[in-house]
Structures are given as C-alpha cells and as structure tokens.
Design a protein around this ligand. Structure first.
Ligand code: PEP
Ligand code: MN
Length: 288
C-alpha cells in the first residue's frame, strides 16, 4: 500500500479536500474562479505601453477572457532584459480595467511591493522564481487579495501545496494553483507541461487550478493544443499570453498569440469546455 494523499501532503493540511471542504470559490470582481465556469486570464507577458495594453485588453475581453494579465514588475533571468514599467505599468492595468471591466492579475516580486500591487491588482501573481519566497508568500497572504501561485520550475506538487499552505496560514483562503511547466531533461518545449499535476491537484486539493499553456509551450503554435489539454486535465481556468505584435514584444514574444490566434483558440475550446460540464468529469476529483 502506498501512502495516502493525506500522508503524502501532510505538511499542507489546509490545502487538501475534506468532507466539509470540496472546493474553494475564489471571488474576483463579480464572479468566481473554481466554480462551473472556466475562467480565462489573457494579456501580454509585460505591460509595455498604452498602445500595446489597451487594444490587447479590448481584444481578449471580446474573445471571452475575464481577467487581464500583464507584468509590471518582471522577474527576468538577465539583468539586461526589460525589467517592466513598475508603477506606471500598474496604472495602465488599472486604466485598462476601467475601460473593459476585466479584472487584473499581475506579478508581485517583493514583499515590500505587496501593498502597492494589491492596491491596483485584483489577483496577486507569485511567479515561479518566487514560489518558495516565504516572506513574500506571507505578505501576499496578509494582503487579503487572491493569490495566483505559479509552480516553481523544480518544485514538486508537495512543494507547491506547502507554499499554498503558507498563504492560507495567514488567513487568506483564496489561492489559485498554477501549473506552468517544469524543468525536465526534455528541451523540445520551453518547460514540460505537467498535466498530471493538474489532475492530481484537482483530486486532492479544494483550491482552483489554473493551466498556463504559454510558459509550458514556449512557442505559439503549441499553445492552443496545450490549452485543450489543460481543459481535459480538469483545470478551472487558464492564463495565456497575447500581444498585438508578438515579434516586437519586450518579453515572451515567441509564445504570445496574436489577437486572431487567441480568438480562434477560444472558439476551438468551446466544445471541450462543454464536455467539462459532464457529471462524470465533475465527479472525478475525489480525495482517496
Ligand atoms: C509570466 O507569467 O510572465 C511569468 C514570468 O511566469 P513564470 O513565473 O511562470 O515564469
Ligand atoms: Mn511571460
């Protein structure tokens, strides 16, 4: 007999399903994540300018996204790469929300920035590189804002649930678990999309699970397929990079979809989202 899920994830008890807690609905503006509706977050990797952000916000809203993504503080692997617009980027996101009615998710990289980012964002994104930044997790927990927790590149499912536990510990029940691909020996894709993690998380945790096909794929041609796989694995939503002119993007252009490609992807997902409503699939997540 192998270990039970409860034993395997014993360090993250509050993230696990129980008889009284089968799922958590995360409130965002006037809707929820983790309920029957599949929620799409979309937008550029980085907020670059008004001319880039506003048309993107309008296009993704038109195609069915409910949440605008866009980094104002960017965790770049090179000190010479574009680091983001900072506060000016947050202000552009806020204006885009007013224009479109979309909610806003944006990354916060340091605990010192949590109060500022929480003022502008509806959801705080904790990036892969910070999944185990425990003082940042604590600050995000205390902020009371929902937290999109991205899986670290070399983090196990247990590691991720432990980080979620740290946010819950500070009295914040609204954590979204994001699978964005992990490092393996495979280099054909940017990261290895661990869709099994989506299935496991849905089975063991009451927290909503978000798929990130963009950072997993690394190339735009694979993003719609990965998105479909995310839906089939049971994700409650997805986060997708979209840019008006991907070739000129200041970050992650190769994996960013054009408006048209995003619109086509959303249309192509519809039959798969309809399948998601079937009771047999809905019942699949059982803690055992
Ligand atoms: C991003 O969402 O643009 C990002 C930096 O993601 P990750 O932390 O998953 O690399
Ligand atoms: Mn990106």
């Amino acid at each position: 007999m192998g270990k039970s899920w409860q034993e395997q994830f014993a360090d993250a008890p509050d993230t696990l399903k129980s008889a009284s807690r089968q799922r958590t609905l995360v409130p965002v503006l006037d809707f929820h994540i983790g309920g029957d509706q599949f929620i799409t977050m979309a937008g550029p990797c980085s907020v670059e300018s008004e001319a880039q952000l506003f048309p993107t916000a309008e296009a993704v809203a038109q195609s069915g996204a409910r949440i605008l993504r866009g980094g104002a503080f960017k965790p770049r692997s090179s000190p010479y790469a574009f680091q983001g617009l900072g506060l000016a980027g947050l202000k552009l996101l806020d204006q885009a929300r007013r224009r479109t009615g979309l909610a806003v998710v944006t990354e916060v990289m340091s605990e010192d920035d949590v109060p500022l980012v929480a003022e502008y964002a509806d959801i705080l994104q904790i990036g892969s590189r910070n999944m185990e930044n425990f003082s940042l997790l604590a600050a995000a927990g205390r902020s009371g804002r929902p937290v999109l927790l991205k899986r670290g590149m070399v983090a196990t499912i247990a590691d991720m649930l432990r980080s979620a536990q740290c946010v819950l510990e500070f009295g914040n029940p609204h954590v979204l678990l994001c699978e964005r691909g992990i490092r393996t020996f495979e280099t054909a894709t940017r990261n290895t999309f661990d869709v099994a993690a989506i299935a496991v998380l849905k089975a063991v945790s009451h927290l909503p699970v978000i798929a990130d096909p963009s950072h997993a794929a690394g190339v735009r041609s694979l993003v719609p397929t990965f998105a479909r796989i995310g839906v089939a694995a049971g994700a409650d939503g997805q986060i997708v990079e979209v840019h008006p002119a991907p070739a000129t993007a200041l970050s992650d252009g190769d994996q960013s979809l054009t408006f048209e490609e995003f619109d086509q992807m959303m249309t192509a997902l519809e039959p798969w989202l309809a399948l998601r409503q079937q009771p047999a699939l809905a019942a699949a997540g059982v803690l055992a």
